[in-house]
Ligand binder design. Structure first.
Ligand code: PA5
Length: 464
């Protein structure tokens, strides 16, 4: 079972920068009432990401689609971005062996094309077009510029490579009814799995957005859903104590209000490095809001920072300890690794390292986690540690759900809508305008006049 050790976030242990018991109790009371409100929404079928956990069909559709591809393809290539990409990547890096081992196992590799860097795409396409590959275009709106452009490029490449057989190499995940991609899939008779309309991009990892790529690379979907359902039960029925999601939301929110504007997510596991990426998007895009639900300006949110233990002990930790007192660190711990790796007795010339032998690499890693959190605490810097018993599908499903719910509860504490992202729209409109899209002429003019200003602030200065 998951554990949350928040001693080093409390005033009893870290003195004045910590939370007082009453202070935490007051926020927890609010968090509980937000959670109770969400329970009602859930019971009325309005909390999409919780609702999908009951959809057995979704899992069997993903498994059913994946089955005939077993042993026949070497690469799964996801074209998706943001919430349509990060879940799949997190699942693959957490639950699958590294790339080289995957090839030996004969299970397909996963490539996630979630950026437009043309050199990088060229490299990936060179690999995946030289081996049997399946492409998944994943986009809820079906209109995201990054994915639309990749799809157009992909279509030419697919037709070149497979001529009329291209349809066997492409599947789509998108809205069940609407959007360009749904129409495209219908027209060409492509397999097209639905993203439930009630589930927003960054909350969609446990829908076909994450589950379809996961099924294709052999991840245990049942375990993922089971873990998420167990977490749902603990969060909504915590039995005489705060539920873990409201506890996290309360701690993260309260520290942000006390000036801890950076929330560092620091797993002590290379396999969970992408989990921090996934969390960063969830937290930032859900909570970074200018306006509250009452129309008042709130400037909500805290900035998620990705770090990795033990690697960042030799990089960022110096800043966390002695730099600005504006961070809360959330460690993620794997209690038991699959391979503990015993450290052997030293050979000749390395005798000074005897103190390490007899221990395991896993033990050293988790000791370093505790040592780091304790040294932060001694320096008055708050942290908490979330531990999972082992890194498997069940634990990961639980973690996804825990952080999704905690984010939504934090949205309630800040009184913002955690499901929209109004701030990212203007950049998209400017891009469309500059790329000559019809209907965006006004935006283009606006941007051009903006661009003309302040030219003397460009280095090197233009010769007069
Ligand atoms: O969380 C979100 O809603 C976003 O990050 C989207 O996932 C991202 O913009 C991609 O959108 P789409 O799936 O519509 O292509």
């Amino acid at each position: 079972m998951i554990k949350i050790d928040y001693r080093f976030a409390m005033r009893d242990l870290i003195k004045k920068s910590g939370l007082g018991k009453n202070e935490l109790a007051a926020v927890l009371k609010k968090a509980r009432s937000v959670r109770n409100g969400l329970a009602k929404e859930k019971n009325s079928g309005l909390l999409g990401f919780a609702q999908v956990l009951a959809d057995r069909q979704m899992v069997s559709d993903c498994l059913g689609f994946a089955q005939p591809f077993q042993g026949k393809i070497q690469n799964i290539v996801v074209l998706g971005i943001g919430g349509s990409a990060l879940g799949a990547r997190t699942l693959a890096s957490a639950l699958r062996p590294s790339r080289e081992l995957e090839l030996k196992e004969g299970r397909p590799r996963l490539f996630v094309c979630d950026n437009l860097d043309p050199d990088w795409l060229t490299d990936i396409f060179a690999i995946v077009f030289s081996e049997p590959s399946l492409f998944l275009v994943i986009s809820k709106s079906g209109a995201t510029a990054e994915i639309a452009s990749q799809l157009l490029y992909l279509m030419t490449r697919l037709k070149e490579a497979y001529s009329d057989g291209w349809r066997q190499h492409l599947a789509v995940v998108t809205d069940p009814e609407k959007g360009l991609l749904r129409g495209f899939a219908r027209q060409h008779n492509l397999v097209c799995l639905p993203i439930p309309p009630s589930v927003g991009g960054r909350y969609s990892v446990l829908t076909p957005v994450g589950l379809l790529p996961a099924a294709l690379i052999g991840i245990d979907l049942e375990g993922l859903i089971q873990g998420a359902r167990e977490m749902d039960e603990i969060c909504f029925h915590p039995r005489n104590q705060p539920g873990p999601a409201e506890l996290l939301a309360a701690i993260f929110y309260r520290f942000a209000h006390k000036g801890r504007k950076n929330l560092v997510m620091m797993p002590y596991s290379s396999k969970l490095a992408d989990f921090s990426e996934w969390f960063a998007q969830l937290w930032a895009e859900s909570l970074g809001k200018k306006t509250g639900l009452d129309g008042k300006q709130v400037r909500a949110g805290s900035t998620p920072v990705r770090a990795l233990g033990a690697t960042d002990q030799h990089s960022q930790i110096q800043l966390y300890l002695e730099g600005p007192e504006d961070k809360l660190v959330c460690f993620l711990q794997v209690e038991k690794f699959t391979e503990e790796l015993e450290i052997p007795a030293p050979v000749k010339g390395l005798k000074e390292l005897k103190w390490l032998s007899g221990h395991t690499i896993a033990e050293l890693l988790n000791t370093e986690l505790f040592a780091t959190s304790a040294s932060l605490a001694r320096a008055g810097q708050p942290s908490l540690t979330i531990s999972i018993p082992k890194l498997d599908a069940r634990s990961l499903g639980g973690l996804f759900y825990l952080f999704e719910l905690a984010t939504v509860i934090a949205g309630g504490l800040w009184n913002v809508n955690p499901f929209d992202q109004p701030g990212v729209e203007l950049g998209k409109q400017y891009t469309s305008a500059l790329m000559g899209r019809k209907g965006f002429e006004k935006k283009k003019k606006e941007l051009e006049s903006f661009r003309k200003k302040g030219k003397n602030f460009i280095w090197p200065a233009k010769k007069k």
